[in-house]
Design a protein around this ligand. Structure first.
Ligand code: ACO
Length: 157
């Protein structure tokens, strides 16, 4: 019998060798790429992005695991835009696991680990009303729209 369980989420730093896992996650999230009007990246694009990421000491990226299963990805930058800030560029929950509280739990986990940062920004790309509603529901407020396709949200930590 299953019953109610609260499973822990684990944030595992993404290594270059995780590129196939991250690529699989992207392919399992077709709705997101449709929403932002892009093709899901190919494996080579994922590898290139991970190399870029690892060359920037302020960037952080984690696979989100629940019981050894990849259920999401998070990518953010420390000390950006200002020294006391952090900026979330992508929180992605696997499409078949969205709407089950994982996004909220992952965000809470992240905020609990941003020791020292005073503010967390979230940059929402494209026409993504669900993401905007999600961040507003998690205590973020809209700051500004930057360019045609970027909306900035922020909350104090
Ligand atoms: N429409 C409106 N609000 C919703 C929806 C929806 N379809 N789904 C969830 N919410 C709200 C609910 O009110 C919920 O509130 P509750 O905690 O009181 O129940 C709250 O959001 C949290 O819901 P979760 O189940 O935790 O949301 P989820 O696990 O689906 O994570 C996320 C939200 C990250 C937006 C996820 O749906 C996702 O990965 N979407 C595709 C990728 C994406 O757009 N990511 C954000 C890009 S922008 C950025 O990361 C800075």
């Amino acid at each position: 019998m299953g019953g109610m369980r609260t499973l822990n989420l684990v944030f595992r730093p993404v290594l270059l060798q995780d590129a196939p896992l991250l690529h699989e996650l992207y392919l399992a999230c077709p709705g997101y790429f449709t929403l932002i009007g892009m093709e899901p990246p190919g494996l080579e694009d994922v590898v290139r992005d991970l190399v870029t990421l690892q060359n920037d000491p302020r960037r952080r990226a984690f696979l989100i695991l629940e019981e050894d299963e990849v259920v999401g990805y998070v990518d953010y930058k420390l000390h950006y835009p200002e020294a006391q800030d952090a900026t979330l560029s992508l929180l992605l929950i696997r499409e078949d696991r969205q709407g089950q509280g994982l996004g909220r739990r992952a965000l809470a986990h992240l905020m609990g680990h941003l020791a020292g940062a005073e503010r967390l920004y979230a940059v929402v790309y494209g026409n993504n009303p669900r993401a905007k509603a999600f961040f507003q529901g998690q205590g973020f407020r809209h700051v500004k729209d930057g360019g045609p396709a970027l909306s900035w949200y922020v909350r104090e930590l």
